[in-house]
Design a protein around this ligand. Structure first.
Ligand code: ADP
Ligand code: ASP
Ligand code: MG
Length: 417
């Protein structure tokens, strides 16, 4: 069972969580719980790091930001004990949860689950802080924002759990963020492939890595709400969303929708390099150094060449890396041979995702038409087998998501707008 930040925000909420956990144990399950820091706490800690040193050492950043989960894991163990349950916390370094040494974005390697399993078998509820691990040289690492989802899936895989229940502040995965579109519909099932694509284009309900790990390790993941009444349906009867394999979904004989979901991501920034020489190797000199600096380039457009053998190149990078990208490209101005660098951090990427589009034409056309009818300008486009993404002005994010949700006939009919 994993509980996110809102579920852990304060004593009252933690008591609610403890009761949900206790009920699962009473139903006969052995339980390991992974917890997030209290909502807002990780942001607060990140800010302290920035104030202390704007060019902070990621290893020390990890020492600071991992502390939020240490607090909540201890508090949940205490609260469970107050309810009469046997419980103890297992910090990342105590198990340990081994990771690589990529501080602030570490990847989980191995988890030693022996002591954990022994304690669970003895009737103790194991409470594990999410987000944190231990590098080979015994330093604390963290897994990147939203990483507690990944901790939970990794622990579930390590102990061979029957299921990994991700409790959050919404009761499942919706066709789009229910906080943006009131008419979003809850999905009973979503495939790993679709969830992976949705997460990677901005549906932060699950961290992308948690989905790829679950897919690789075959972990059954369910997303559900911790904000339910104590006597509500137990987790076994799918009150939330189950992540399933493609074959499993076929077996369920569900009517397959063309589009599964729509996601928005405001954390990208646009870069335009003007008057780049239009010759072989030119773009390699742009993207080579960015790759070396570990900056992920997402959408790319090379415009039709102008006169005099020149062309404009447009692409997007994560907003957090914009300054670094700009500095790096500035230093390579001569080598690349561009004229000007223009950047825009006020953009958003809107994506529609669905396995159904593998076999259906017209998905992109519907998207472009719907946006055009509302006067929303498209600045860049990218596609994959099951996704179409467009880049637009950030101010039009909510409007675009709503318009597309209606255009693909996904609006719920039984709810007020
Ligand atoms: P937690 O703290 O529990 O990890 P998060 O804030 O990370 O919670 O993720 C839950 C949030 O994800 C929801 O409150 C919702 O606003 C957002 N969200 C974005 N896209 C979706 C979606 N398609 N379905 C459900 N929630 C979504
Ligand atoms: N507390 C961490 C964060 O806010 C990890 C998590 O909650 O998943 O990013
Ligand atoms: Mg989260």
């Amino acid at each position: 069972m994993k509980f996110g930040g809102t579920s852990m925000a304060g004593s009252e909420r933690i008591r609610r969580v403890a009761n949900i956990v206790r009920r699962q144990q009473a139903a006969g399950h052995e339980v390991a719980v992974v917890v997030s820091a209290m909502a807002g706490e990780t942001d607060r800690l990140v800010n302290f790091c920035r104030e202390a040193n704007p060019l902070y050492d990621p290893a020390e950043y990890d020492v600071v930001v991992a502390s939020g989960e240490q607090v909540t894991s201890g508090l949940l163990a205490l609260t469970l004990q107050a309810l009469g349950c046997k419980a103890r916390s297992w910090l990342g370094w105590q198990l340990p949860i081994r990771t690589d040494d990529a501080h602030a974005k570490a990847r989980i390697g191995e988890i030693d689950s022996e002591a954990l399993l022994a304690s669970m078998a003895a009737g103790e509820i194991a409470v594990i802080p999410g987000f944190q691990g231990l590098s080979d040289d015994n330093r604390i690492t963290t897994l990147g924002r939203g990483g507690s989802d990944t901790s939970a899936v990794a622990v579930a895989a390590a102990i061979g759990a029957d299921r990994c229940d991700i409790y959050t502040d919404v009761d499942g995965v919706y066709t789009t963020d229910p906080r943006i579109v009131a008419k979003a519909r809850k999905l009973k099932y979503v495939t790993y492939e679709e969830m992976l694509e949705l997460a990677s284009v901005g549906s932060k309900v699950l961290q992308t890595r948690s989905v790829s790990l679950a897919m690789k390790e075959g972990v059954r993941v369910q997303v559900l709400s911790s904000f339910i009444d104590d006597d509500a349906t137990p987790a076994d009867e799918i009150p939330g969303t189950m992540i399933v394999s493609d074959e499993e979904l076929e077996g369920l004989d569900m009517e397959r929708q063309l589009i599964t979901g729509i996601a928005a991501d405001k954390n990208e920034a646009k870069v335009i390099l003007t008057r780049v020489p239009d010759r072989p190797g030119a773009v390699a000199t742009i993207f080579g150094p960015l790759a070396q600096a570990n900056i992920n380039v997402d959408m790319i457009i090379q415009n039709v060449g102008r006169d005099k053998g020149e062309t404009d190149v447009t692409f997007t990078v994560p907003s957090a890396d914009l300054l670094r990208a700009q500095t790096l490209l500035g230093a390579q101005k001569e080598a690349i041979g561009f004229n000007r660098i223009i950047t825009d951090g006020k953009v958003a990427k809107i994506s529609v995702v669905g396995v159904g589009m593998k076999s259906h034409a017209g998905v992109a056309a519907t998207m472009f038409r719907a946006l055009a009818d509302r006067g929303i300008n498209i600045q860049a486009i990218s596609t994959s087998e099951i996704k179409v993404s467009v880049l637009i002005d950030e101010d039009e994010t909510e409007l675009a998501v709503r318009v597309l949700h209606t255009a693909y006939e996904m609006d719920a009919t039984d709810q007020a707008a």
